[in-house]
Structures are given as C-alpha cells and as structure tokens.
Design a protein around this ligand. Structure first.
Ligand code: SF4
Ligand code: SF4
Length: 73
C-alpha cells in the first residue's frame, strides 16, 4: 500500500523554527501550514520535493529528503 507513491521526508526542527511563515508562503503546493508558533507538515502527499522551503527557511529549520535520495539501489 505505501509502496505506491514514495513520499519525501520533511523534518521541521521546532527548536529552530521561529514561526516566520516564510516556508508556508513559498511552498507552491501548500504542504506546510502554521500550527501556532511553528510550521508543520499538513499535506505531505502534495510535496514535490522542490526544496524551496528548505532553502528559504532563514533558520535552517527544514530539511527535505527526496524519496529517491536514499534508494536502496
Ligand atoms: S519541498 Fe517544496 S513542495 Fe515540499 S514542502 Fe517544501 S516547498 Fe513545499
Ligand atoms: S521558514 Fe523556517 S523558521 Fe520560518 S516558519 Fe518555516 S520552518 Fe519556521
């Protein structure tokens, strides 16, 4: 079932996130949303691994791992 579509892994470090909302703004597919003070993933299925949130976050709080980047070969 979960083999049908490989999803990226998005890690948001709450300790580093200052809730600036930039990642939410930049994500073209609305994967992220603010949850009070922090950003959180609300729609991982829509993530295209574009990496925009990762490069735009001023606090390096987001890491996006593409689904194929740790393929088993
Ligand atoms: S990698 Fe791209 S699509 Fe995925 S959450 Fe970040 S900005 Fe959105
Ligand atoms: S851009 Fe970074 S610091 Fe700003 S809300 Fe997103 S994760 Fe938090």
């Amino acid at each position: 079932m979960n083999k049908e579509k490989k999803l990226p892994i998005i890690e948001i470090k709450k300790e580093w996130c200052k809730g600036c909302d930039i990642c939410v703004d930049y994500c073209p597919t609305d994967v992220l949303a603010m949850n009070g003070l922090y950003a959180e993933v609300v729609n991982l299925e829509a993530c295209t691994s574009c990496g925009l949130c990762e490069v735009r976050c001023p606090d390096f709080a987001i890491t996006v791992t593409k689904p194929d980047s740790k393929s088993k070969k």
